[in-house]
Design a protein around this ligand. Sequence first.
Ligand SMILES: *[C@@H]1O[C@H](CO)[C@@H](O)[C@H](O)[C@H]1NC(C)=O
Ligand SMILES: *[C@@H]1O[C@H](CO)[C@@H](O)[C@H](O)[C@H]1NC(C)=O
Ligand SMILES: *[C@@H]1O[C@H](CO)[C@@H](O)[C@H](O)[C@H]1NC(C)=O
Ligand SMILES: *[C@@H]1O[C@H](CO)[C@@H](O)[C@H](O)[C@H]1NC(C)=O
Ligand SMILES: *[C@@H]1O[C@H](CO)[C@@H](O)[C@H](O)[C@H]1NC(C)=O
Ligand SMILES: *[C@@H]1O[C@H](CO)[C@@H](O)[C@H](O)[C@H]1NC(C)=O
Ligand SMILES: *[C@@H]1O[C@H](CO)[C@@H](O)[C@H](O)[C@H]1NC(C)=O
Ligand SMILES: *[C@@H]1O[C@H](CO)[C@@H](O)[C@H](O)[C@H]1NC(C)=O
Ligand SMILES: *[C@@H]1O[C@H](CO)[C@@H](O)[C@H](O)[C@H]1NC(C)=O
Ligand SMILES: *[C@@H]1O[C@H](CO)[C@@H](O)[C@H](O)[C@H]1NC(C)=O
Ligand SMILES: *[C@@H]1O[C@H](CO)[C@@H](O)[C@H](O)[C@H]1NC(C)=O
Ligand SMILES: *[C@@H]1O[C@H](CO)[C@@H](O)[C@H](O)[C@H]1NC(C)=O
Length: 664
Amino acid sequence: MPRSFLILFFFIGFSFGVAPKGPWDGFNLAPSSKVVRPIAVKKTQGTVTSSSKLLGNETNSFATIEGESWITLDFGGEVGGIVSLTLGPNSPNASLSLAFTESPLFIGPISDDSVVPTASNSYDGALALPSPLPTGTWTMPPERQRGGFRYLTISSTSQEAVIVGNISAMITFMPHWEDLRAYTGYFYAPGEDLLTKAWYSGAYTVQTDTIPVNAGRQPSSPPGTWLNNATIGFHSPILVDGAKRDRTVWPGDMNIAVPTEFVSTFDLMPARNGLEILFSEMEPGTGRLPYSGKRPAINAGYVSDAYHAHTLIGVHTYWLYSGDLDWVQTVWANYSQAVGYLAGRVDESGLLDVLGTNDWGRVGATGHNAPANALYNRVLNTATELANALNETSVAAIWAQNATIHKQHFNDLLWDDAAGLYRDNETTTLHPEDGNSFAILYNLTLNDTQAQRISEGLTGNWNELGPVTPELADTIAPFVAGFELQAHFVANEDDRALELIRRTWGYMLTTNLSVQSTLLEGFTTNGSLLYRSADGYNFDAAYTSHAHGWSTGATSALTFYVLGLTVTSPQGKTWQVAPHPGQLNAVEGGFTTGLGWFGVKWSVTSGNHTITLNLDIPEGTSGTVIIPGTNGRILSMDGTEINRSNGIMENIPGGKHVVVGIMQ
Ligand SMILES: *[C@@H]1O[C@H](CO)[C@@H](O)[C@H](O)[C@H]1NC(C)=O
Ligand SMILES: *[C@@H]1O[C@H](CO)[C@@H](O)[C@H](O)[C@H]1NC(C)=O
Ligand SMILES: *[C@@H]1O[C@H](CO)[C@@H](O)[C@H](O)[C@H]1NC(C)=O
Ligand SMILES: *[C@@H]1O[C@H](CO)[C@@H](O)[C@H](O)[C@H]1NC(C)=O
Ligand SMILES: *[C@@H]1O[C@H](CO)[C@@H](O)[C@H](O)[C@H]1NC(C)=O
Ligand SMILES: *[C@@H]1O[C@H](CO)[C@@H](O)[C@H](O)[C@H]1NC(C)=O
Ligand SMILES: *[C@@H]1O[C@H](CO)[C@@H](O)[C@H](O)[C@H]1NC(C)=O
Ligand SMILES: *[C@@H]1O[C@H](CO)[C@@H](O)[C@H](O)[C@H]1NC(C)=O
Ligand SMILES: *[C@@H]1O[C@H](CO)[C@@H](O)[C@H](O)[C@H]1NC(C)=O
Ligand SMILES: *[C@@H]1O[C@H](CO)[C@@H](O)[C@H](O)[C@H]1NC(C)=O
Ligand SMILES: *[C@@H]1O[C@H](CO)[C@@H](O)[C@H](O)[C@H]1NC(C)=O
Ligand SMILES: *[C@@H]1O[C@H](CO)[C@@H](O)[C@H](O)[C@H]1NC(C)=O
């Protein structure tokens, strides 16, 4: 069978594996129809009569917006796409315009910003309908679609009244899915609604970031307009950073968003299409990978060693989840050259000396920068695994050895034993959130005690909304917090990790500055939207995205750590169940891969520390169960007494099993 056939088969196969139904479906934020309608009037200015005719299923009746009046409609949560409306017979001098916003802070006749950040919050302007107004149904030109909004303001911009009704938006994200709610995975923590909500908000956020390849943002639209008709890759759909903006492929963001895709929709093709464009744009000769995917009129540049590393790590992630080694082979020559580029940046100190200093927005990513080096170490370990899968054993051996040597240098030069944290480089006293989180997550630490000290040290940055990152002034960065969250679980500080979800994700999901559905790109120490104000975003709070895939780290962390289910070889041919329950009593969930349904359900009897795990795993696989706690014990499997004193049971074949253990 030709490869393209296999892939088609492979991806179509995925959509059959829908997660079981249950109370968790009530948390699913994806709309049940691709045509969505406003559910409430948020605000009116001036005189609007029969405004309720603009809501819900009232498709055949009209409201009247008097001259120079406006009305703001609420879609109930984040949506994105192409608006249609029906106009009655109107005066030839009547005029109408549309404006969109995610945050209610920017409700009014002018949209929030998506093209260029301007301190006046007014770059994008409004979309004027043709003049004179047509009669009958009118639909926005597709290039003017709005990728992310919750509120739509309809303004009569002359002194004439306008008769209008039948407002709807055709959703353009997830163009390849008929039923947006047909998730292949689920997560449910009974009585812990915030955790379940965090999981589903992340899943929906990444759906809003999965867009047609020809609907990327044009970064050079003139003031007072916006255009989302840039072609940003070769194949559709494609995974981008955010729904409203940048609508561009960003590899760092994918390091969080792709695991979210895996556990919720198993929709990996958009990620592969993103990686494809990044490799195709490798700089000839040097092997440097671009900072972001193709951005018309803006040369993304070869300016970020950290994002270069994220792209390489992304190849391993995609392979681990999909098993698609054929695709890895198509980029292998460029991939190897790109690993070589990073190796060539290693100087006599044994650490990588950063050349491309751009990163997620943080400052100070120069010299022997800790996060860039931790990412490089992860590149070496994942490259080793990929090379072994391709039988490239000699280069695998060199990469593995280089990883070991580099890890030693990382500890020798960057570990600050007095602080119990890694420094950002050997000449600073700054202990970064990103570098320390990566160090635990990517196993740069030498022992568990060290990881626990770092985990504790990181809480020194916390306020009531989460970690105030030391590497960028006045910022809480949910992207980085997503890595920190995983690091606390790896350090077995489960309650600390759950507390981080409650603070940072709890804030994003409840603040009335945002959309209470999808997740914010970032915010300031006091929770305002002035994210990165002094760092490129020009004090334009209207520019901040409210649906950013990089902020969805809680989704995969809840599946991989709290539920405890991970794949340890492609598609879960081998797997592991190692719950991190903290104070929780019961959790269930699972995901689908090309091998079938992987389900786990566990509950804890706190009085005697018993944990009971129910597994439902595809036949033909095998895996390991690890009972939580340093002295966990396994008591029985499928009713047979076992008494495994190290709490670890290996080589469990696929199928349905009940494992009982004691957590200590
Ligand atoms: C329209 O929506 C209202 C309120 O949700 C409902 O009572 C009514 O039955 C709906 N009408 C139609 C025709 O679906
Ligand atoms: C309502 O709008 C839809 C397009 O969204 C259109 O197909 C339909 O004909 C309109 N209905 C009326 C009564 O105008
Ligand atoms: C439209 O506006 C023009 C200029 O203000 C005016 O001369 C004309 O009478 C108006 N037409 C209608 C139908 O109101
Ligand atoms: C959010 O809530 C606060 C406190 O209740 C209130 O002062 C503020 O006006 C609200 N903001 C928005 C945008 O609704
Ligand atoms: C995008 O839309 C604008 C405005 O309609 C048009 O001028 C431009 O040619 C379009 N670009 C592409 C790539 O289709
Ligand atoms: C590898 O990179 C070169 C540019 O250096 C590019 O022309 C080529 O298309 C890339 N190959 C793939 C498979 O992306
Ligand atoms: C070391 O890190 C600090 C903090 O990030 C940064 O300000 C400084 O420029 C870095 N020094 C070197 C030599 O890269
Ligand atoms: C690697 O070698 C094994 C054993 O010889 C073989 O089964 C497998 O097909 C090879 N894989 C690749 C990608 O060449
Ligand atoms: C291994 O590391 C050394 C020292 O940094 C470097 O010169 C060499 O190119 C690396 N090898 C590979 C295959 O990356
Ligand atoms: C972490 O690295 C150590 C060597 O420093 C190794 O023994 C251990 O297996 C690694 N842990 C994981 C989870 O890869
Ligand atoms: C763990 O690693 C730290 C940092 O290198 C070291 O100081 C400490 O002695 C180690 N602890 C143990 C128990 O090996
Ligand atoms: C733990 O307590 C539960 C509820 O009381 C009981 O059903 C279970 O048998 C106990 N398990 C052990 C190992 O004692």
